[in-house]
Design a protein. Structure first.
Length: 259
């Protein structure tokens, strides 16, 4: 099982997909996410790109953090993985918490990023638009991850998501460390410093991260493009995998090149 061992002893699990000679794309997952959460997207993305997916410390097959974390912790893990793989610059695609890490990566190490895709996320700080009230049964909190009505219209799709998720290791301490890192995250005033081709991607029915936050990101990052996935929820990349993958690949073709 491929892994990177960090100086503090934390083992980071990663997987590679696609042609070794293709342009590299690194996937940064959401809080509590894991590589199988990208399973609907990786085959399409890997048809054109060398995809590196990894589990954050505290997620999936990676170790729990041995101590407190900040966003810098996750940025440093990402840079170390790029170094381990001999990748100078990568297309960086973050979703939710992963897109917060992606913002900090682009700000601290812009030379390591070819293009930046920020999906279903916000920039932190006191002015984050609050999430709309997600009405979900207390015993089915996962419903808030999807657009209203999606579980009823696509029960087999959701059942597969839940089954795959239930098979992955659980890391309550790891999720808490990620949540703590998110509390100190605020990139709002620094966003204009991002000088990279950027795509902001968001489902219009996201009930966990208000869509208004996408407009803030797109307005403050110079030259950023904003793409909406109509009728999709927070798990837009599961609900509408083909559509979201096509938007990402089109953006990379147009703005990132394949040099």
């Amino acid at each position: 099982m491929p892994e990177l061992v960090r100086p503090d002893g934390c083992r980071i699990h990663f997987e590679l997909f696609g042609s070794p000679g293709a342009p590299p794309l690194i996937l940064l997952e959401g809080m509590g996410g894991d590589i199988p959460g990208w399973r609907r997207n990786i085959p399409h993305l890997a048809s054109e790109l060398r995809v590196c997916a990894y589990d954050f410390r505290g997620n999936g097959a990676s170790d729990d953090p041995p101590g407190p974390c900040t966003m810098t912790t996750f940025v440093q893990d990402t840079v170390a993985l790029l170094d381990e793989l001999g990748i100078d610059r990568a297309h960086v695609y973050g979703q939710s918490f992963g897109a917060m890490v992606a913002q900090e990566l682009a700000l601290a190490h812009p030379g390591r990023v070819r293009t930046l895709i920020l999906a279903a996320t916000h920039c932190g700080g006191p002015d984050v638009a609050p999430a709309p009230h997600a009405k979900a049964p207390i015993d089915q909190p996962w419903r808030a991850l999807y657009a209203p009505g999606f579980p009823e219209e696509h029960p087999e799709h959701v059942a597969e998501d839940l089954r795959i998720s239930s098979e992955q290791p659980k890391h309550p301490r790891g999720e808490r460390r990620q949540w703590e890192a998110m509390q100190g995250f605020d990139a709002h005033d620094r966003l204009p410093e991002i000088g990279l081709p950027t795509l902001v991607l968001h489902g219009t029915l996201d009930r966990l991260v208000a869509p208004a936050n996408a407009e803030v990101l797109a307005s403050r990052i110079p030259g950023a493009e904003l793409a909406w996935i109509e009728g999709a929820g927070h798990l837009y990349h599961s609900e509408r995998a083909e559509e979201s993958d096509a938007l990402v690949l089109d953006f990379i073709r147009r703005r990132g090149g394949h040099a």
